[in-house]
Design a protein around this ligand. Structure first.
Ligand code: ADP
Length: 327
């Protein structure tokens, strides 16, 4: 039976991702459209514990759809792992009459939300906000498209200078557990190869391939490395190649946090808007404790406890395409 929701709290938690603001806006606007009150909880679960919660009327989310970061800020919160912390959070929500929560974050945040909703009578809806794209039950996560486009733009620029000097560039992109940013940006920038956590790195094979290309006078090469691949990241790979190929002009570039910032892409704004809308709709009809995803262009709801980090099966075809197109 659906119990009526009157006041919805929204928060962003864990790693930040471009498009979180668009999701916050969608939650607030959908809530107020339906006559509900919206509240912004600052710094993830921390704001629930510290009672840092502000009313969010419709106008409070004006002019944010295009802004990176999150106006609610985000944080990791140690106290929320403890029952005592969660109880304090619950009391603060109760005091304000908040009877539904929307959590925009990654799988860690969903674990926290799942636990909280089981212990206390506050339904939670999760929205996948992560640049890494590695969440089960959705084809898209808020932030991935922007991050990967930032990587593509940066790699294109590096290619210009690599080309001018006949250089080999090793470019490290984000992705501690998942290689999606590396894989997608590598294909889109014509990389020689991509190294990802999902596959064992074979540096000897890379050297062999580069040497063969050197013989054919293909001297400009880009290798895209996910930070979490198993050889140790961009610097280690570059060091190994430079030692084995002293004549190659090898450089490294670690893209780093640039990939988290910037104005969200059209796609990220679109999915954030659809998901935010759907989160409020879910709370209103009593579809509780799920993560809102999009699969095959349809809204798809995964129980929070199953919305875990997932390595969707990477297709070997993609790696083959990279190899063939870079030959
Ligand atoms: P992300 O959501 O990006 O995966 P984290 O894994 O750091 O990021 O999780 C964000 C926050 O969610 C944590 O700082 C903590 O407050 C909360 N959280 C994560 N896992 C749990 C858990 N098992 N129990 C309670 N809270 C949790």
């Amino acid at each position: 039976m659906a119990t009526k929701v009157n006041k919805i709290g929204v928060l962003t938690s864990g790693g930040d991702a471009p498009g979180m603001n668009a999701a916050i806006r969608a939650v607030v606007r959908t809530a107020t459209y339906n006559g509900l009150e919206a509240f912004g909880i600052m710094r993830g679960f921390m704001g629930m514990i510290d009672d840092d919660i502000v009313p969010m009327p419709s106008r409070s989310v004006a002019n944010i759809i295009q802004r990176g970061g999150t106006i609610l800020k985000t944080a990791r919160c140690k106290e929320f792992y403890e029952r005592e912390g969660r109880e304090k959070a619950y009391k603060n929500l109760k005091k304000l009459g908040i009877d539904g929560l929307v959590i925009i974050g990654g799988d860690g945040s969903f674990r926290g939300a799942d636990l909280f909703s089981r212990e206390f009578d506050i339904p939670c809806i999760g929205l996948p906000g992560t640049i890494d794209k590695d969440i089960a039950g959705t084809d898209f996560t808020i932030g991935f498209d922007t991050a990967v486009n930032t990587a593509v733009e940066a790699i294109d620029k590096i290619r210009d200078t690599a080309d001018a000097h006949d250089r080999l560039f090793i470019i490290e992109v984000m992705g501690r557990d998942a290689g999606y940013i590396a894989l997608h940006s590598g294909i889109a920038t014509g990389a020689e190869t991509v190294l990802i956590p999902e596959r064992k790195t074979d540096v000897e094979e890379i050297v062999r391939s580069l040497q063969e290309k050197e013989r054919r006078k293909k001297l400009v090469n880009i290798i895209v490395v996910a930070e979490g691949e198993d050889f140790g990241g961009g610097n280690e790979v570059a060091k190994f190649i430079a030692e084995r190929m002293p004549n190659a002009d090898t450089r490294v570039c670690i893209l780093g946090h640039i990939q988290r910032g910037g104005s969200p892409s059209c796609l990220d704004r679109l999915i954030a808007s659809r998901m935010g809308y759907s989160a409020v709709e879910s709370l209103m009809i009593g579809r509780h404790n799920v993560m809102v995803g999009i699969l095959n262009n349809r809204m798809y709801y995964t129980p929070l406890e199953k919305a875990v980090k997932a390595k969707q099966k990477l297709s070997d075809d993609w790696l083959k395409i990279i190899r063939i197109l870079a030959s």
